[in-house]
Design a protein. Structure first.
Lengths: 157, 109, 564
């Protein structure tokens, strides 16, 4: 994948779509760009978590349904936890399964964090799933997934 | 080698004991992913800030490991549970071994 | 010559006109003169009254506006209002064909009924109704709210960058509005308009990109009829995708459902007796939001231009759809106290311009704001033999004309015209004035580009736009109708997934399939890219109409729709 910081090198599909007057294709939609395979993502997660069972719930993953700019997609993660000395969220790992390198960010929290919540901004090369895995102080794992559409818009209404 | 840009931090100056405060940080950086080719078709080498850490009175309480999918000029917000007055230290470290820091005081009433 | 109002009184003449016009069915036409009193008739007044207008697209003068005859719903919205047209719409709402209501809310027999019932809207007529209701209820019991797309869509609005409409809304006594096309005047202009306006500009869902902080006030609490009424604003969530992001580079939008819940909770905590969301989400997005955010009493919907004679109830939330272009004002009376709404009465008031006496003050203001452009607006460029309208999911004759203009004036093989839902309708025989052209094209990024595109790129464009209309989950939809095409035809299966809907792309000139790797010359307008070069669309269309003199648009059969 190419992350185009350089506005003069706009991929042709993006330009075509913008020209069509239909919307800003903000992200990097060069045709046939490489993306991580599901197997790659699974492998990475296995390396990190050793194939342990993951529960559902606990994680609130806040992402736009449609990215306004694929280069700057806001993400907020909020994990339910008392964040006490004995019961807290140790880490949260975020993956994007359609990027060439699926790892996005890993957070390490402590009871002093007060709450296991963080926001950042990421690049998304195309429509894909964003996956968050939370590791609790007990060792228990939880995961959550959300799809983000990286595309053009409608015609303005 | 230091990271050139000056980071910006938003953190409340005062908090009540037990209050959970939000901290927001920004730093200018290309976050060169290592996936990009330049105009001549050559790969542009990876150069990102890979670690952000927040400490209070010298004790780290929040760490973010950033990967190449993090956007340029990385933004990070997170929380801290105020207990006592003191100082935050924030640090950003890049692939070249460069570092940048910022500090902020917190008064707990 | 018989005046329109006399004509309306002549019921039998109307019936014979419809028969002569080939309407071809025995219908119950509305006879007798429609009076203001009838339009204003209402049941028991509530604790307070909400008057809602939306998507008037800066239309100050009465006009014709034909509702869509194709308005498909997908996913959970399939077959539900507002995705009903013509006969199905009339059946659902128990309206009779040929009546004033049928004319106002559907496309059925549009030309004949338009000739009978006349133009709708007009700021002076709206002002008359608003004043009458204020007088009836007392100003302290009436809340006047605009759902956005109010400041854009006419030549005078474009020339004054929205200022003429701020004056008109101020004179109307507006309490608050939200935005979408307003943002296409650019961030600085938007802020300047907000600062000068005496009404609130609300948006809970716009953040600064840099620090993720609110750009606008999210909500305002009004005291009306002794009740505390919280109004929460929701801007069009897809503005930076559907319109040029470079005009608002520092702002981020989105639906922000959780933030909406927080606003509702905050309003309740602040003692709201009623919580009203003034929204530009579009109807299907609002219907979903109503099912997921608790504690909203009313969503005043906008953006999708739907007009419905009854509210849609989703759980305890009432959804109001007031149409567009000043054709309607919604009146909603709520019984509210002790933090609860216990009852409501609703009336969609059609603004029949011939039945309403213009408000003299507003009439004067409208004339004043239009005066600098009066000569340009009145300029007759040509005439039309065909009904020229815009609405419909796939094509409209007005856009067919624009595509013809693009093909000819820009010497292109393929034309693309955005699926905007605004712009007036012209009846067969009507003059095409510059105003009529501007009413369908007056935007801040009007350049007509001329470019080459491969067949594959063209298909990508159609697929991506189709997904923004026909994604089964409304939160993933972008709004707007399908991009209009000239020079090509295609088939679309709206039930399929992204990338799978479009097939049979055909180059109409030769009748051969569009080839994926072949390049075609494409002309279009309203590109959201920055620094697009080319003449403004209104010049291109004006030149074409002037050359053609009398425009005839043959019905477009180049788009085949399945899966609906």
């Amino acid at each position: 994948m190419t992350f185009h910081h350089d506005a003069t090198r706009v991929p042709s599909r993006r330009r075509a779509l913008q020209m069509a007057g239909v919307a800003a294709l903000a992200a990097v939609l060069a045709p046939r760009l490489s993306r991580a395979t599901e197997a790659q993502v699974a492998d990475e997660m296995k390396a990190l978590f050793g194939g342990k069972t993951m529960g559902e719930g606990k994680i609130k993953l806040d992402l736009p349904e449609i990215a306004e700019n694929g280069l700057v997609v806001p993400i907020n993660i909020d994990v339910e936890s008392p964040m006490s000395e004995t019961d807290f969220v140790r880490s949260v790992h975020v993956f994007a399964d359609g990027n060439p390198l699926p790892q996005v960010v890993t957070y390490h929290f402590t009871p002093e964090s007060g709450k296991a919540s963080a926001s950042t901004r990421m690049r998304l090369a195309q429509t894909q799933n964003v996956i968050a895995v939370a590791e609790m102080s007990s060792g228990a794992l939880y995961s959550a997934k959300a799809q983000v559409k990286v595309t053009i818009g409608g015609c303005g209404g | 080698m230091a990271i050139k840009s000056t980071p910006r931090v938003r953190v409340p100056a005062q908090a009540k004991s037990g209050e959970i405060v939000e901290i927001k940080t920004l730093i200018s950086h290309e976050m060169e992913s290592g996936q990009r080719k330049d105009a001549s078709g050559k790969s542009v080498p990876r150069d990102i800030i890979n670690t952000f850490q927040a400490s209070f009175n010298g004790k780290p309480f929040f760490t973010a490991e950033w990967f190449p999918s993090i956007s340029a000029n990385p933004f990070q917000s997170f929380f801290y549970k105020a207990k006592e007055s003191g100082a935050f230290t924030f640090s950003w470290k890049d692939d070249q071994g460069g570092e940048q820091t910022a500090t902020a005081k917190l008064t707990v009433a | 010559m018989i005046s329109r109002r006399d004509f309306l009184a002549a019921g039998t003449a109307l019936a014979s006109l419809l028969a002569a016009g080939g309407a071809g069915f025995a219908q119950a036409v509305d006879t007798g003169k429609l009076t203001e009193a009838e339009l204003l008739r209402f049941g028991t007044p509530g604790t307070f009254t909400i008057l809602h207008l939306t998507d008037i697209h800066a239309q100050l003068m009465p006009l014709y506006f034909r509702e869509p005859s194709v308005n498909l719903g997908v996913g959970a919205a399939r077959g539900l209002p507002p995705h009903l047209t013509d006969g199905a719409f009339l059946d659902y709402f128990k309206l009779r064909p040929g009546t004033r209501d049928a004319y106002a809310m559907t496309a059925q027999d549009f030309t004949a009924l338009a000739r009978a019932y006349g133009r709708m809207g007009g700021a002076d007529r709206m002002a008359r109704l608003v004043k009458a209701i204020r007088a009836e209820r007392g100003a302290d019991k009436v809340l006047v709210l605009d759902g956005g797309d109010g400041l854009q869509g006419s030549w005078s609005a474009l020339q004054t960058k929205g200022e003429d409409m701020v004056k008109v809304f101020s004179a109307l006594g507006l309490d608050a509005m939200v935005g979408h096309w307003e943002f296409t005047y650019g961030a600085d202009r938007m802020m300047a308009l907000k600062e000068t306006a005496p009404f609130a500009f609300l948006a809970q869902n716009v953040r600064s990109i840099e620090w993720q902080e609110p750009v606008f006030d999210a909500a305002r609490m009004f005291e009306k009829g002794g009740a505390r009424v919280a109004v929460i604003g929701q801007a069009f969530p897809r503005t930076p995708i559907s319109n040029p992001r470079w005009m608002i580079p520092d702002w981020e939008f989105g639906i922000r459902e959780e933030d909406m819940q927080k606003q509702v909770d905050a309003a309740r905590a602040d003692g709201a007796d009623a919580v009203v969301v003034l929204s530009h989400n579009g109807f299907d997005v609002d219907r979903k939001m109503a099912s997921r955010v608790s504690g909203i009493d009313v969503i005043l919907t906008g953006h999708t231009h739907d007009a419905m004679p009854a509210v849609v109830e989703v759980g305890k939330t009432l959804l109001v759809a007031t149409g567009s272009h000043g054709k309607f004002i919604s009146r909603l009376d709520l019984d509210a106290k002790d933090g609860k709404v216990t009852g409501y009465r609703f009336q969609l008031i059609p603004v029949f311009s011939d039945a309403i006496t213009p408000d003299p003050e507003m009439e004067k203001l409208v004339a004043q704001v239009r005066a600098p452009y009066a000569a340009a607006l009145a300029r007759e460029v040509g005439r039309t033999d065909s009904l020229l309208y815009r609405r419909g999911n796939f094509n409209g004759t007005f856009d067919d004309m624009i595509c013809d203009a693009l093909l000819k004036e820009r010497d292109a093989e393929i034309a693309l015209s955005p699926g905007f839902r605004w712009g007036g309708t012209l009846l067969p025989g009507d003059p095409i004035t510059f105003e009529a052209i501007a009413n369908a094209t007056a935007i801040t990024y009007p350049a007509c580009y001329r470019n080459t595109m491969t067949g594959r790129q063209l298909k990508d464009v159609l697929e991506d736009v189709a997904d923004n209309i026909f994604h089964p989950d409304p939160y993933f939809q972008g709004g707007g109708d399908m991009v209009r095409v000239g020079g090509v035809g295609y088939a679309i299966d709206v039930s399929k997934g992204v990338g799978q809907r479009i097939s049979g792309l055909t180059f109409l000139k030769t009748g051969k399939p569009v080839e994926a790797d072949k390049s075609y010359t494409v002309a279009g307008w309203a590109s959201v890219a920055q620094n697009v070069e080319g003449p403004p669309i209104w010049d291109v269309v004006e030149r074409y109409v002037a050359d053609t003199r009398t425009v005839t648009v043959t019905p477009n059969s180049a788009v085949k729709v399945t899966g609906a």
